[in-house]
Design a protein around this ligand. Structure first.
Ligand code: PHE
Length: 511
């Protein structure tokens, strides 16, 4: 079953290829769209500081776990986690029984949806063991990419609108009207979403080296260039110093408990950890690469680009005197107004550059999400890469269409709304909202928790630490020092899971 049977597993062409592909996955809408608006809503510098701590204490250790397991097993996430414990042991069966009992309790209390899901999980765990983490890796992209593709489609639409001088509004009413014309007309939003998904699928079709690696090598430098040009424009505006100060000066008085927890959830989303994506990417990595150095570089790139995006957005907002707490519409509605007011007749140029930046960021992340599912289909279910690509892209696009047509509310999907209300006791927001909330508040933290617990306590942190350097199996590779084993041991076994449990209890409202 595992990928070991395949002698010619495709590999990254080089270290830079892996780093850029993983950074491409991490750098996405989370950095340029979500990070600035949640920073704006949570008081600036102090929030940024807490976010940085979460990235180092939770995100980095889980990233390392995921990558080491992938490289060690040389297999898709299903095969990799299955290789650690091929048949469910006593502890695994105990967890399965506990889950089964909780499922029964939920069903008795008429929480049918939650109960059924937990029941399926408990049975899968009892029969297939911790391969369950791999099944999770294959399925979670179906949820994330369905709504991510919708937003990805909007970025493409806005890029073209920028070029066509159609983002020349100067009022919030004008901005809302244009946004509505993209988001609320099904023909328009679905076409762009399908366009976005096709670009992801074409890349995956060409494979690891000719597809993902090549596209990342071309697009990430372009993203960086666009970012630098936009920063120069933004920080040279009158009054821009106030925006820089807002981003960098930590005023702890403005930080709430909610902000701390939000920062933790965002660390998962932004680093693309919690769903085993880096297990798939790590499986294409050769033994001569150092995982610790690579992970540090990826984390630095992701965090650096989030901060640089803040340097584009906040100085411009403060300079023009726009509100900083506009939430998700900040990027689509407020930024074009700013570009028009600072750019004069060149407003279209700044808007289209900005939305090209956003499109690139979304695309490289979308590609990585599609790749995890395709990797599982190819290795575990023996599909050909191309048929796996078409199948995964078609299923994700179909779910994505539902998200696209229901961004505002459920009015176009009444039957689905009734079914979800029956199963889960309610259907808040829209299908789009549900997919967004489900993935960043529930699926990624739960995935991260299970991975850190299973790797930390099941596989053992010494195995992880031994895999960190290049050539881990070579006879002359020194044993890791006690300090390194202690440090990573505590980070993976205790700090990361404890922090995730706190985030999770908060998101379900128990804290
Ligand atoms: N990290 C991506 C972003 O910041 C989103 C993502 C999450 C991609 C999970 C892959 C997996 O936008």
């Amino acid at each position: 079953m595992s990928g070991n049977a395949r002698t010619s597993r495709e590999k990254w062409g080089g270290n830079i290829g892996f780093i850029l592909a993983a950074a491409g996955s991490a750098v996405g809408l989370g950095n340029v769209w979500r990070f600035p608006f949640i920073t704006g809503q949570n008081g600036g510098g102090a929030f940024v500081l807490v976010y940085l701590l979460c990235v180092l204490l939770i995100g980095l250790p889980i990233m390392i776990c995921e990558t080491t397991v992938g490289r060690w097993a040389q297999s898709d996430p299903i095969g990799a986690f299955g290789k650690i414990e091929p048949t469910p042991g006593r502890r695994t069966r105990t967890v399965a029984v506990l889950l089964f009992l909780s499922a029964a309790a939920l069903l008795v209390c008429r929480h049918y949806g939650q109960g059924a899901i937990l029941m399926i999980l408990s049975l899968t765990l009892a029969v297939r063991g911790w391969r369950i983490i791999g099944y999770f890796s294959a399925l979670v992209p179906l949820v994330i990419l369905s709504y991510y593709g919708t937003v990805g489609g909007w970025t493409i639409a806005y890029f073209f609108k920028g070029l066509a001088h159609s983002l020349n509004f100067t009022t919030t009413e004008g901005a809302a009207e244009v946004f509505h014309s993209v988001e609320a007309i099904p023909g328009v939003s679905v076409s762009y979403q399908l366009g976005f998904m096709s670009l992801c699928a074409v890349t995956i079709w060409f494979g690891v080296r000719q597809g993902i690696e090549l596209v990342s090598k071309l697009l990430l430098p372009l993203l960086f260039l666009l970012l630098v040009v936009l920063i120069i424009r933004s920080v040279t505006l009158p009054n821009s110093g106030e925006g820089i100060r807002f981003l960098l000066y930590p005023d702890f008085g403005k930080l709430s408990a909610e902000g701390i927890l939000l920062a933790m959830g965002h660390a998962f989303f932004s680093l693309s950890v919690g769903l085993g994506l880096l297990t798939a990417y790590g499986s294409y990595l050769d033994a001569d690469k150092n995982i610790l150095t690579n992970s540090l570089i990826i984390v630095t790139l992701d965090t650096g680009i989030a901060l640089l995006s803040g340097l584009v957005i906040f100085p411009a907002l403060f300079s023009v005197g726009m509100p900083i707490d506009q939430g998700p519409k900040l990027v689509f509605q407020i930024m074009p107004i700013i570009f028009n007011s600072i750019g004069g007749s060149f407003g279209w140029f700044w808007s289209s550059s900005f939305f090209l930046l956003l499109t690139i960021a979304a695309l490289t992340s979308g590609i990585s999400l599609l790749e995890v599912t395709v990797c599982c289909l190819v290795d575990h279910f023996h599909f050909k890469r191309r048929s796996a690509t078409v199948l995964a892209a078609a299923v994700i696009s179909a779910i994505g269409v539902l998200c696209s047509i229901s961004f505002d509310d459920w009015s176009r999907l009444p039957a689905l709304q009734r079914a979800i209300t029956f199963l889960f006791g309610g259907a808040k927001g829209s299908m789009f909202d549900m997919a967004d909330k489900l993935s960043s508040s529930y699926l990624l933290p739960i995935g991260g928790l299970v991975i850190s617990l299973f790797i930390g306590w099941g596989w053992g942190t010494d195995n992880v630490v031994r895999q960190l350097p290049a050539h881990p199996a070579a006879a002359d590779t020194p044993e890791p020092s006690l300090a390194a084993r202690l440090f990573w041991g505590i980070a993976i076994r205790v700090v990361a899971p404890a922090a995730i449990i706190i985030v999770f209890l908060h998101t379900i409202g128990w804290l």
